[in-house]
Write a protein that binds this ligand. Structure first.
Ligand code: AMP
Length: 283
């Protein structure tokens, strides 16, 4: 049975007991409403560590006021069933108060280099990655994992977490697991539940155009503007999808590139109805 822990002191104590016993902790941070994508991270952790700790925390500081914090899907019973099924050892399930206390303003914050936050999702979600870095740091301190698991689906997040860990000397290995998809290619996401039948039919186009972009690259095209233009023309044919950004950037620095000479990422964010979906592919 997965052990459920609500309080930070209990989490911290349990983690230190495991560490004293010489056990390696694998950590999977989530916002719940678990699906196969999350489960793949847990399986990755179980393979490499003695103990797997999963957190479920819908972090208010990474949502802007106009975003879907209160509407974010939650289903604790279902999540717990999956955690038990996967034999996750510990679920850390704190309240907002437990993580942030009474203080809502003037917290100590983490500033991430603008080159990583002012582009892609960060440009459209101001403060989002600072919120992510903040809560991830708190969780890392409480749980002291040897390894932490993130999904490639949130590509910019993986780059920022790696930088956070390097710059603040967290003794943690970051593992990035491949994006898990539905049969038709749509990246699994807790937010997919918001799609109507019609929108759900349109949504796989997001991945199809990424594959098309990769094909252009494989066929020898190295000009990122040309690939971006071709893909945009394709995706704009579907009136249900409104592209927020669709860009090729350097996979490590996230800087724009006109010629693809190094490892690059083709990343997209698009609204299907009111639901914002993201996806990416490496070139
Ligand atoms: P979330 O609950 O959406 O904050 O996601 C928690 C973790 O699961 C993050 O590291 C995500 O990148 C990862 N994740 C979400 N969806 C997928 C997916 N389809 N495939 C792989 N990892 C995923």
């Amino acid at each position: 049975m997965t052990q459920i822990i609500h309080h930070k002191a209990d989490m911290n104590l349990l983690a230190s007991q495991y560490l004293q016993q010489g056990k390696k902790i694998g950590f999977v941070p989530t916002m719940g409403y678990l699906h196969e994508g999350h489960l793949s991270l847990m399986r990755g952790s179980k393979k490499e560590n003695d103990i797997t700790v999963v957190s479920i925390f819908v972090n208010p500081t990474q949502f802007s006021p106009h975003e879907d914090f209160t509407k974010y899907p939650r289903d604790f019973k279902h999540d717990l069933k999956l955690l038990n099924q996967e034999k996750a050892d510990v679920l850390f399930y704190p309240s907002i108060q437990e993580i942030y206390g009474k203080r809502t303003q003037e917290r100590t914050n983490i500033r991430i280099p603008e080159s990583l936050t002012q582009c892609l999702c960060g440009k459209y979600r101001p403060g989002h990655f600072e919120g992510v870095a903040h809560v991830v740091s708190i969780l890392f301190h409480l749980i002291s994992p040897t390894r932490a698991y993130f999904g490639q689906k949130d590509y910019q997040q993986t780059v920022i977490v790696r930088r956070l860990v390097a710059d603040l000397h967290f003794p943690i290995e970051i593992r990035v697991m491949p994006t898990v998809r539905e049969k038709d290619g749509l990246a699994m996401s807790s937010r997919n539940i918001f799609l109507t039948k019609q929108q759900r039919k349109s949504a796989p186009l997001i991945y199809q155009v990424l594959l098309f972009g990769k094909k252009c690259y494989k066929d020898g095209e190295r000009n990122s503007r040309i690939i971006e233009k071709k893909i945009k023309d394709l995706i704009h044919q579907n009136k249900n999808i409104k592209v927020e950004y669709l860009e090729i950037r350097d996979a490590e620095t996230l800087q724009t590139i006109t010629r693809i000479n190094n490892k690059a990422v083709l990343a997209v964010a698009a609204y299907v109805g009111k639901t914002r979906l993201i996806d990416n592919i490496l070139l």
